[in-house]
Design a protein around this ligand. Structure first.
Ligand code: NAD
Length: 271
């Protein structure tokens, strides 16, 4: 079965819309320079915000701005906005971790601040990071049993693979997780034994049918552009035949991730 990420995204919108209308949160996005992918991601957030009734203000700094200038803007927004996101990647001369550390943890709705990641590990999060949470929403809303299952995550980034692994091993969720990365030997051994396989790599078509256990749940976080078209990390057409549940790209994890950002703004405003 193909999981309809847009339908789940609409469910989440419906769950948060009334509250948003009452509280009217304000989200600030800090961007630096003109990276096309970043600008289009932030504009998409602004568009969804306007549909939901959340003001999303984009504060754009010039590409030659210093780390201190980005930090100063972030500190200023801390006193105004309910939630703050940083458009990433920042230009390479900017110390991204220093900028993230300048966000007040209770306004860090992307859950990137060291305090928020620490709280996530401890199992007492203020927020959960949106993309890993989107994967969790897919699993829970499709009634996928997670407890005791073998989950393999391909990708160990700070925004997807690592926090997702932490979320899956928490008490009460209780998965057994394997994380694979560029230095993993015999990737196939790890993917093939997974009851739930999650690809968060950024490599089109990396996961082939031969790498998937029959009946596995396959979640594709990857977003790649191939010949002008969006594709995931999973070779969808062939893996679809092996999987019991599979997410498409586009229309899978992505739309859920963006709605969860607004759920986090709501949480931030209520704190
Ligand atoms: P990243 O580049 O930070 O991390 C990629 C990870 O994949 C690394 O840990 C690397 O070790 C691993 N990797 C790369 N090649 C590999 C290989 N051949 N075998 C095994 N592991 C390999 O990327 P990221 O920020 O985690 O994003 C991953 C993908 O997810 C990208 O396509 C990105 O666009 C997408 N993404 C989607 C959403 C969404 O909402 N759908 C959100 C964030 C990222």
């Amino acid at each position: 079965m193909i999981i309809d990420g847009k339908a789940i995204a609409l469910q989440i919108e419906a769950e948060i819309k009334d509250k948003i209308c009452k509280i009217k949160p304000y989200l600030a996005a800090v961007t630096v320079g003109t990276n096309d992918a970043t600008q289009s991601y932030i504009r998409n957030i602004q568009k969804i915000g306007s549909e939901l009734g959340v003001a999303v203000e984009i504060a754009n700094l010039q590409s030659n701005s210093s780390t201190q200038e980005v930090i100063d803007l972030t500190l200023h927004l801390n006193s105004k906005a309910d939630g703050i996101i940083i458009g990433r990647p920042l230009p390479s001369h900017i110390d991204e971790q220093a900028v993230i550390a300048a966000i007040l943890p209770e306004k860090d709705i992307d859950c990137l601040h060291p305090i928020n990641l620490g709280r996530l590990i401890l199992g007492t999060p203020l927020f959960t990071p949106c993309t890993p949470q989107a994967v969790m929403e897919i699993l829970t809303r499709s009634n996928t049993k997670i407890s005791g299952k073998r989950v393999t995550i391909v990708g160990r980034s700070n925004i997807v693979g690592k926090p997702l692994a932490i979320m899956l091993i928490q008490k009460g969720v209780d998965a057994t997780v394997t994380i694979c990365h560029t230095k993993t030997k015999e990737l196939l051994l790890h993917t093939k034994s997974a009851d739930i396989l999650i690809a968060a790599v950024g490599f089109p078509g990396l996961i082939r049918a031969s790498m998937v256990k029959p009946g596995a749940v396959v979640i594709d976080v990857g977003i790649n552009v191939v010949e002008g078209k969006l594709v995931g990390d999973v070779e969808f057409k062939e893996v679809e035949k092996m999987a019991s549940l599979i997410t498409p790209v586009p229309g899978g994890v992505g739309p859920i991730t963006t709605r969860l950002l607004f759920r986090n703004v709501l949480l931030a405003k209520s704190k």
